[in-house]
Design a binder for this molecule. Structure first.
Ligand SMILES: NC(=O)c1ccc[n+]([C@@H]2O[C@H](COP(=O)([O-])OP(=O)(O)OC[C@H]3O[C@@H](n4cnc5c(N)ncnc54)[C@H](O)[C@@H]3O)[C@@H](O)[C@H]2O)c1
Length: 236
């Protein structure tokens, strides 16, 4: 995603002032292996990395009052709580999916849950490339949370069924992960009723869509005061 963000700012008024990545060479100009080594002050941080980076990134952002666009997924519950707390001090934009289309299907799934949720069973299938380390995807959890919010929290998430032999219960919301090849990201939410099925699906065909969304979010969040922002705030 770092390369996609670099490509997304090319030719615009924005530029990448510095890079933080464990893979950069020691001493490389404007490049740091960790946030503890970063020098200087910047307009905004765009973070597509790994949960092991999140705490030091937030420490740096707090210390330097730098707005953050946090795109990394797979954060622990403690880290999610810290993100909320940091959002009280500085502007933080946080979304498990930076594409417009996914944020549209979040809204559609909420609506479908309100209309169909009592009678239809809901299952989510997500597909990603074979290099992805977290499962289910942050986006699948974001969709499940939106559905659960629309249903007053009645659902229990079920991630695997092979270990139990029992019929599906109404309160279950199944989340299934597929990993293979170079699939950029697919999310399908199935509303299965009696004699009919409704399917709401999004496919990303390149990483560019997330990079462009992150750069737009950086412009947006840099102009805000302290707070925790999401795609919904940017689209208002
Ligand atoms: N919010 C979104 O729309 C969205 C879209 C795509 C990916 N993501 C998430 O962004 C993250 C990165 O995705 P990716 O496909 O670029 O992964 P990647 O593995 O290709 O890149 C991760 C980068 O982080 C660096 N890194 C990892 N651990 C580090 C550490 N401890 N210190 C310094 N650098 C470290 C790696 O060297 C690498 O350059 C993942 O969590 C992914 O799920 C979010």
């Amino acid at each position: 995603m770092g390369a996609a963000v670099k490509a997304a700012v090319e030719g615009s008024d924005a530029f990448i002032a510095a890079e933080v990545d464990a893979r950069v060479a020691e001493g490389e100009k404007n490049a740091y292996q960790s946030f503890s080594k970063v020098e200087g002050k910047y307009d905004c941080i765009i973070d597509f990395s790994h949960p092991s980076v999140t705490d030091s990134m937030l420490d740096y952002a707090l210390k330097t009052k730098t707005p953050v666009v946090l795109c990394t997924t797979g954060l622990s519950n403690e880290q999610l709580e810290r993100v909320k707390a940091v959002g009280k001090e500085i502007p933080v934009f946080f979304s498990a999916n930076m594409s417009l289309g996914v944020n549209l299907i979040v809204a559609l799934c909420k609506k479908a849950t309100e209309l169909l949720g009592d009678d239809f069973d809901i299952e989510i299938i997500e597909k990603h490339h074979n290099q992805k380390v977290d499962a289910p995807s942050g986006t699948a959890i974001m969709l499940a949370d939106a559905i659960n919010e629309a249903a007053d929290g009645k659902y229990e998430y079920v991630y695997e069924r092979q270990s139990v032999r029992k019929k599906r219960e109404k309160k279950e919301l199944g989340i299934h992960s597929i990993r293979g090849g170079n699939i950029v990201g697919e999310h399908e939410v199935i509303f299965a009723g009696h004699d009919e099925c409704v399917s709401i699906k999004h496919s990303a065909t390149s990483k560019e869509v997330f990079a462009v969304g992150a750069v737009n979010a950086a412009r947006f969040v840099s102009a805000q005061g302290a707070g925790l922002y999401s795609m919904a705030d940017m689209l208002k």
